[in-house]
Design a protein around this ligand. Structure first.
Ligand code: LHQ
Length: 264
């Protein structure tokens, strides 16, 4: 059953196919973040995590933009004390997003600037319209990357390219972002929903526990030496191997059919 929760700055809708669609909904300000919107996003991520029927979460923007980063007018306190603002508004939002055990996709329909660019990086996957633009923005106003960008971007595209983007305040089109390995899919704007839904549909069929543990292995391995990485793999494989999904995977193999994973 499709359901809609009440928010003022975002739209939240769960479709019958198990996709939760979260739409940043301030198109008149290019969906730039306000404190209220960041609070609603954190709440929506927690809601999606708790809802059993949600298999995949898609984040996008209403109108022509994905998100223009921090609203530079709406919250004067954000500009006065950036450290406090980041810690009390962006951090809870990003923590709730990272705590999602379900796959997350940023469907980048237009410009993604500053913290809006960062939000796309904090998602597991990025699907970009050819009309999308990734705009670092921070350097142009004398700021450093925030909202997780310093962690995510160099891991995705390497130190040198990340520093080129931020150091030169260089924008990337959707096509360039694809050729740099920053986005997983790029497509004409009119195919964006179809391509995103196709990817989400495939992810919804993946074994949820194995997906979650695989993501954590990749997140933690850069900080581990080989012995540490092997230990973590052994631990997680032990957990995956004692799951109902592993039994189902083996049964499906024997019966020459597609598996139906429950996440248990
Ligand atoms: C906006 C915004 C916006 C308000 C467009 N705010 N209205 C964290 C913590 C604390 C403080 C600071 O920051 C951070 C993290 C960050 O995110 S820093 C980066 C903040 N973002 C930016 O610097 C981007 C500013 N925006 C732009 O450079 C352009 O608007 C872009 C390149 C995104 C889009 O350009 P256009 O397609 O030419 O659109 P536009 O500039 O005409 O914008 C349309 C409207 O949206 C316009 O309003 P208006 O009333 O004049 O029609 C803009 O003022 C408004 N808007 N971004 N961030």
């Amino acid at each position: 059953m499709a359901q809609a929760a009440k928010f003022e700055n975002i739209l939240y809708e769960v479709k019958p196919d198990g996709l939760a669609w979260i739409t940043l909904n301030r198109p008149e300000a290019l969906n730039s973040f306000t404190g209220a919107m960041l609070g609603e996003l954190a709440q929506a991520f927690r809601q999606a995590e708790q809802a059993n029927e949600v298999r995949v979460v898609v984040i996008t923007g209403a109108g022509r933009a994905f998100c223009a980063g921090q609203d530079l007018r709406a919250n004067p306190e954000a500009i006065q004390d950036l450290q406090h603002w980041l810690a009390t508004t962006y951090r809870p939002m990003l923590t709730a997003l990272q705590a999602l055990t379900k796959p997350t996709i940023a469907m980048v329909n237009g410009v993604a600037a500053g913290a809006g660019f960062s939000l796309t990086l904090a998602c597991d996957f990025r699907v970009a319209s050819a009309r999308a633009k990734f705009i670092p923005a921070f350097g142009k106003i004398g700021l450093v990357p925030d909202s997780g960008m310093s962690r995510f971007l160099p891991r995705l595209i390497g130190f040198s390219r990340a520093l080129e983007l931020l150091g030169l305040s260089r924008d990337l089109t959707g096509e360039e972002a694809y050729s740099w390995g920053l986005v997983n899919r790029v497509c004409p704007p009119e195919q964006l929903i179809e391509v995103t839904t196709g990817l989400a549909g495939q992810l919804a069929l993946a074994a949820p526990l194995a997906y979650r543990l695989t993501r954590e292995l990749f997140q933690r391995s850069p900080e581990l030496d080989l012995a540490g990485a092997l230990s973590l793999e052994e631990d997680f494989q032990g957990r995956a191997g004692s799951s109902a999904d592993f039994k189902e995977g083996l049964a499906a193999f024997e019966e020459k059919r597609s598996p139906r994973f429950s996440g248990k």
